[in-house]
Each structure stands twice: as structure tokens, then as C-alpha cells.
Design a protein around this ligand. Structure first.
Ligand SMILES: C[S@@+](CC[C@H](N)C(=O)[O-])C[C@H]1O[C@@H](n2cnc3c(N)ncnc32)[C@H](O)[C@@H]1O
Length: 192
């Protein structure tokens, strides 16, 4: 299942403001996200910003039934083609923005949401809307795991994102992953 680093790099050169980094996440980041997943057998994990599947590879390993328990969202035209035609033809991955989450997941049991979305590049109204939708689709006790590069934590847009995130998800832990490029912070929040 591995692979996709080159596809990600190529897509980032074409659309730097959509992808935000030329580097797909490392295995260590993927493993950490996967380790935090504790889904019931009838629950789904949603991944926002699948990229070339660097996190997905690790998430799939811990799911009992990946084809039923995984739903992804990816906006980039080249990456969605790679995901759907080459890497994961059998997975449910939507060529759609994260702000269609509620519509797509209506009536389904979401136990976890994982985001590597570039929050600082998403307009403020859409950020708030996506956060609201994540909160709404999650089951009580469901988890929201978030990636942020350490070097953008000081940016006003990212600080604003965190204050909005903490309003909705006051219960969370975090860990830093310094060996990723770029070094990043991973937040693990829980819906009360
Ligand atoms: C930083 S990359 C992370 C990719 C991958 N998950 C990884 O960790 O290597 C962010 C991804 O989010 C996608 N993206 C950006 N805005 C999006 C949106 N509004 N909805 C869905 N995906 C989006 C980008 O195209 C890109 O693939």
C-alpha cells in the first residue's frame, strides 16, 4: 500500500496553496493517528485531506472492515485521480471539500475524524463551518485528531482556529512529532 510521495510532491508543485507542503506525512505521524483510533465495529473514521494516503495506509491497518469503516475527502484533482484509480480503488473517497462533510455523512455513525487540512489557508467562515460540521457528525465520545505544522502555530489564522477548536472540543491532549518534515503537533480531542 505504501507509495504516493512522488505524486504528492508533484501535486504540491502545481497547487502549493492547496497542499501547503511538498512533503507527505511520515510513517510516524500515520502510526500515531492510527494508534489513537478506537472505533466500534459499526463506526466510521473520516479523513479530511487524504493527500496521497500517507496517513490512510496506517489507518486501514487498524480497521476491521476498511471498505465499510473508512471515508475520505480530497479536493486536489491529481491526487484524487491517483487515490481512486491507483491506490485505493475500493475505498470511499470523495472528490469534495471538507465542508460537504455533514451532507455526505448524514445518517452514518462517525466515531473519529482525522484532519491534516491546511487550516491557515482556509477562509475563516469555512474553517468555522467545517469545525461545526465535524462536531455535529461525531458520535458522543468520538475523537477528532488534528495535524498542524509547528512553524505555523504562531500565525493569527492558526491561533484563531485553536480558540475555535477548544470552544467545541475542550477535552484534548497533544504530542509533538519532531522527525516529520515539517515538525508537527498532533492534537487528539474528544467530543463530550
Ligand atoms: C498537508 S496535506 C496532507 C495530506 C496527507 N493527509 C498527509 O498527511 O500526507 C493537506 C491535504 O488536504 C487537501 N485539502 C485542502 N483543502 C481541502 C478541503 N477544503 N477539503 C478537502 N481536502 C482539502 C489538500 O489537497 C492536501 O492533499
Amino acid at each position: 500500500m505504501a507509495g504516493g510521495y512522488l505524486e504528492f510532491l508533484k501535486a504540491s508543485l502545481k497547487s502549493p496553496l492547496q497542499l501547503s507542503t511538498p512533503f507527505a506525512s511520515s510513517d510516524r505521524v500515520g502510526e500515531r493517528f492510527a494508534r489513537h483510533l478506537h472505533l466500534d465495529d459499526d463506526e466510521i473514521v473520516v479523513e479530511l485531506g487524504v493527500g496521497s494516503g500517507a496517513i490512510t495506509d496506517h489507518v486501514l491497518k487498524v480497521l476491521k472492515n476498511p471498505e465499510k469503516q473508512y471515508v475520505g475527502f480530497e479536493l486536489n484533482d491529481d491526487l484524487i485521480k491517483f487515490l481512486k484509480e491507483e491506490k485505493y480503488p475500493n475505498l470511499e473517497i470523495h472528490h469534495a471539500s471538507a465542508d460537504t462533510l455533514k451532507k455526505v455523512m448524514k445518517g452514518r455513525k462517525v466515531g473519529a475524524v482525522i484532519s491534516t487540512l491546511p487550516w491557515s489557508l482556509i477562509p475563516i467562515e469555512m474553517r468555522h463551518d467545517i469545525l461545526d460540521q465535524i462536531y455535529e457528525v461525531l458520535e458522543p465520545g468520538g475523537t477528532f485528531s488534528v495535524f498542524t505544522a509547528l512553524h505555523v502555530l504562531w500565525m493569527p489564522a492558526v491561533r484563531e482556529f485553536w480558540s475555535q477548536m477548544q470552544k467545541r472540543f475542550p477535552t484534548y491532549t497533544y504530542t509533538d512529532e519532531l522527525l516529520n518534515i515539517p515538525p508537527c503537533r498532533l492534537y487528539f480531542a474528544r467530543k463530550r
